[in-house]
Design a protein around this ligand. Structure first.
Ligand code: ADP
Ligand code: ZN
Length: 525
């Protein structure tokens, strides 16, 4: 029989002959050595970092077939095609096959005619597939998009939980889990589920230096978006994320009316329309896709010049992953988001109204708060983003985010904070932003009169700012944790443990003078 293509060869020569690449990038060489030697590991590497090679190469170097668990059929298809082109015997087992095709692949696996086999998780978990793998020679298991095991993550896939069976059934086969996004908690879940406690973690820098981060104050989001696209991304391909299907349709229509080639994408669209829009985005130049988060995973388009968020994602992980779809080719790209107080309230409400456990809600709120902190920070956004993933950036700032490029003017906000917190306190911590601001600037609304709030000492004590300015103060206090917006009581703002220090003047409060983004240019609602 012919020798397996890579047997007896070293990693570098296979890298050159099969993949046509001159050398390893980052930790690739180390990871490949470790896995080829039979070790388990967790690999955290940003999108475009070169994760595939970390399991493809060891699969070729080790005896037997590498089994890759991958959540998306489209993703598998692309990978298999690329491998076949490189002369690697690769195949995929998923629901798109006829029984005939599937049994042919199974046969090839058993006789040792495959180097790489991509399997959907639900398929792998079937008794039939597990029995098949037990009979075959498996070189390694690669669990791609491993963050899908996290029940608190943004991409939770219940099938992934069952993958713990891999460690139980095949303890001697190396396991390599890979993901491009995992905060501390998600990493812990991956390690538990896939039993990687004693295995090394290879963590690459998550920085995407070519992406410029910008977060602006949401006024009239669609017209702000149009300005952003017209001024800086005319004719560029991009992705615009919205929270709801309805919003996707509206925004796509509005952009289309403005002469921008925009196409909608969400799970409620007919599958024919969906794949047609996706194909056009991938194959034509300058198409903007307006989508819910249903769009993106496995979409590998190198020249996406911008990713825009019209609504706040659920977490920094989600934000990082979605914005990470920009600029895979390494060229300058933008991550732009419009965000306002209503986004926080809406996300809080979604969490509160979800059917999750108390713990789920607590964790979700923590993740949301971290993202609000990123949106409100007056400091370098990249530093903040990376710090969330446990990465420390040296030096001043990145020089490629809005706050670094145009540092916001800061002011001592102690007195303003005290006024706002006192107002929340005096009115009984039962009212939302709108009413508190009415009281502060001394507006005699029906509600103010009804509750007798015009009789309070705090009535009209905040006339030095207008409503919009108070909103930015309020949001920053929420982001700093001095005020808490509780949606179960219709957005009522309450004091927190840290409010006391502010009210007593013991805690410093530095506030941005303006809302983020106003200095860059945006239109009035
Ligand atoms: P990920 O799965 O981490 O998003 P991929 O494995 O798809 O990334 O790799 C991203 C791109 O980088 C691919 O085009 C791949 O060919 C390229 N690449 C990977 N490793 C190397 C390397 N060592 N040298 C040059 N290019 C590489
Ligand atoms: Zn910066």
């Amino acid at each position: 029989p012919l020798p397996a293509p890579a047997q007896g060869r070293d990693a570098l020569s296979v890298l050159r002959s099969v993949f046509g690449l001159p050398g390893f990038r980052g930790a690739q060489g180390e990871i490949i050595r470790h896995v080829t030697g039979g070790g388990n590991c967790l690999v955290l590497m940003p999108t475009g970092g070169g994760k595939s090679l970390c399991y493809q190469l060891p699969a070729l170097l080790r005896e037997g077939c590498g089994v890759v668990v991958s959540p998306l059929i489209a993703l598998m298809r692309d990978q298999v095609a690329a491998m076949l082109e490189a002369g690697v015997n690769a195949a995929a087992l998923n629901s798109s096959l006829t029984p005939q095709e599937a049994s042919d692949i199974e046969r090839r696996l058993i006789v040792g005619d495959l180097d790489l086999l991509y399997v959907a998780p639900e398929r792998l978990l079937t008794p039939r597939c597990l029995a098949l793998l037990a009979r075959a020679k498996v070189a390694l298991f690669a669990i791609d998009e491993a963050h899908c095991v996290s029940q608190w993550g943004h991409d939770f896939r219940p099938e992934y939980v069952g993958l713990s069976i891999i460690a139980e059934r095949f303890p001697d086969v190396p396991r390599i889990a890979l993901t491009a996004t995992a905060d501390e908690l998600t990493r812990k879940e991956i390690v538990e589920r896939l039993q990687l406690a004693d295995s090394p973690h290879f963590v690459s820098s998550f920085d995407r230096p070519n992406i410029r981060y910008e977060i602006v104050d949401k006024r009239n989001a669609v017209s702000q978006l149009k300005d952003f696209m017209r001024e800086r991304h005319a004719g560029d391909a991009g992705v615009v994320y919205c929270l709801s299907r309805k919003r996707v349709e509206e925004v796509a229509a509005a952009l289309d009316d403005a002469g921008i080639a925009a196409l909608p994408y969400h799970a409620g669209l007919d599958s024919g329309v969906r794949s047609r829009n996706q194909d056009r985005f991938l194959n034509e130049d300058g198409i903007v896709i307006v989508a819910t988060i249903a769009f993106g995973m496995g979409i590998d388009k190198p020249d996406v010049r911008f990713v825009a968020h019209l609504d706040l994602p659920k977490s920094i992980e989600a934000y990082y992953q979605e914005t990470g779809r920009a600029g895979r080719d390494g060229k300058p790209s933008a991550a732009w988001m419009a965000y306002g107080l209503s986004d926080i309230v809406q996300q809080r409400r979604m969490i509160d109204e979800s059917s999750g456990s108390d713990e789920f809600k607590r964790v979700s709120i923590g993740k949301l708060d971290a993202l609000v902190g990123l949106a409100e920070t007056p400091h370098c956004r990249r530093r903040r983003l990376l710090a969330y993933f446990g990465e420390i950036v040296m030096g001043e700032g990145c020089g490629n985010c809005d706050n670094c490029l145009t540092p916001p003017k800061m002011r001592d906000g102690r007195v303003l904070a005290q006024k706002l917190l006192s107002c929340a306190y005096r009115t009984g911590q039962r009212f939302g932003a709108m009413h508190l601001i009415d009281v502060l600037i001394g507006r005699l609304t029906e509600k103010v009169t009804q509750f007798g709030h015009d009789k309070l000492t705090v009535f009209g004590i905040g006339r030095e700012l207008n409503e919009k300015q108070w909103r930015t103060v309020l949001r920053q206090l929420v982001a700093m944790g001095h005020l808490l917006s509780e949606s179960e009581s219709f957005g009522a703002l309450k004091l927190t443990d840290s409010s006391r220090g502010v009210l007593r003047g013991e805690t410093e409060v530095w506030l941005r003078e303006e809302a983020p983004g106003v200095r860059i240019r945006s239109s009035r609602a």
